[in-house]
Design a protein around this ligand. Structure first.
Ligand code: SF4
Ligand code: MG
Length: 331
């Protein structure tokens, strides 16, 4: 079932002189319980801001986020507080998010203390040891400080802290981007194992498609504050529809030279426009090799071009099956 529903979410930052930075400008997607949804795009595309606004770390500008059918934002402070047990975040740089003066045990204990879990310190410490083991560390690590650990181990500490409240959803904001390639796979494997054991739901944010390819059930591609395509990982790799996705995939080297790549190569040039002054119509049009007149006049709708495959691009306007039309055809 849908555990999280994001509906036309916008987050604009006021810039003065009446200008605003449209970091997230109308993003809609659902997150199904137990799945991993990868969210990718170049830096500045709004993927982190989307994650943070869902977590209510940023106040939304408009739109709606529902967790189990109930608004994430319109809650009493008490309800907000309780929601933190359900949704946790892990960050790119675990070092920056771990207090250097706290021991590992103190770091993991903190959320449990704030939320008053367990009746005794002894029980809480038992839980700390358990969590350390769950993330591939051990109880001897409990009294050490973050700087004594490698990047991969620090990310494990961050994951243990996120798990301390037994959340349903974890929003992972570039959790492996700062790690060595060999360590990245270990952290991804850990996240996958934890998901299986605990039935976790992940929103996995990354700037690179190759980083989310293996872990994601579905992938959403963002560009300049907009979600431009969303479908299953396989479908996205086999039949990418949006020119921007096609360009991202063209940039990934093909691992096996014996396999001929039948994907059309789409090369894009130029810089991402400023989210303070985005292009009219389709935000990708200034870099799109297929741009047409309509692309500067009208923003493409977020529509289903094939089953379970959403895209925002005028190239598919006439291919989109209107659900009412679909019924007529069936009759
Ligand atoms: Fe390119 Fe137009 Fe599609 Fe935008 S709507 S991606 S400009 S073809
Ligand atoms: Mg980011």
């Amino acid at each position: 079932h849908k555990t999280l529903e994001v509906k036309n979410l916008k987050k604009h930052f006021k810039m003065g002189k009446g200008k605003s930075l449209k970091a997230v400008d109308g993003v809609s997607f659902d997150l199904y319980k137990g799945e991993t949804l990868g969210l990718v795009g170049e830096s500045g595309c709004g993927k982190s801001t989307t994650g943070r606004t869902i977590m209510n770390l940023y106040e939304k500008t408009s739109g709606e986020v529902l967790f189990e059918g109930k608004s994430v934002h319109e809650r009493t402070p008490k309800e907000q507080f309780l929601l933190k047990r359900q949704m946790q975040m892990i960050f790119q740089d675990p070092y920056a998010s771990l207090n250097p003066r706290s021991t590992v045990a103190e770091i993991i204990l903190e959320p449990m203390e704030i939320h008053d879990l367990f009746t005794s310190n002894k029980e809480r410490m038992e839980r700390v040891y358990e969590l350390l083991e769950e993330v591939g560390l051990n109880r001897d690590h409990a009294n050490r400080y973050p700087h004594e650990f490698s990047g991969g181990q620090r990310q494990r500490i961050g994951i243990a802290r996120a798990l301390a409240l037994d959340p349903e959803i974890i929003i992972a904001d570039e959790p492996i981007s700062a790690l060595d390639v060999s360590v990245q796979a270990q952290v991804v494997n850990l996240l996958e194992r934890l998901q299986e054991e605990k039935g976790l739901t992940y929103l996995f944010i990354a700037h690179d498609l190759s980083m989310v390819q293996h872990i994601s059930d579905r992938i959403g591609v963002m560009y300049l504050g907009h979600l431009v395509e969303l479908t299953s990982s396989d479908q996205l790799y086999d039949t990418p529809l949006h020119p921007y996705t096609q360009a991202l995939l063209s940039a990934i080297p093909i691992p096996d030279p014996d396999i001929e790549d039948e994907r059309e190569q789409v090369i894009i040039e130029g810089e991402i426009p400023s989210p303070i002054d985005p292009p009219s119509g389709c935000v990708f049009r200034t870099r799109c090799p297929f741009a047409m007149d309509v692309c500067s006049e009208k923003a493409p709708a977020w529509q289903e071009a094939a089953e379970g495959h959403q895209v925002a691009c005028h190239l598919y306007d006439d291919k989109v099956v209107d659900p009412s039309e679909r019924k007529k055809e069936e009759r």
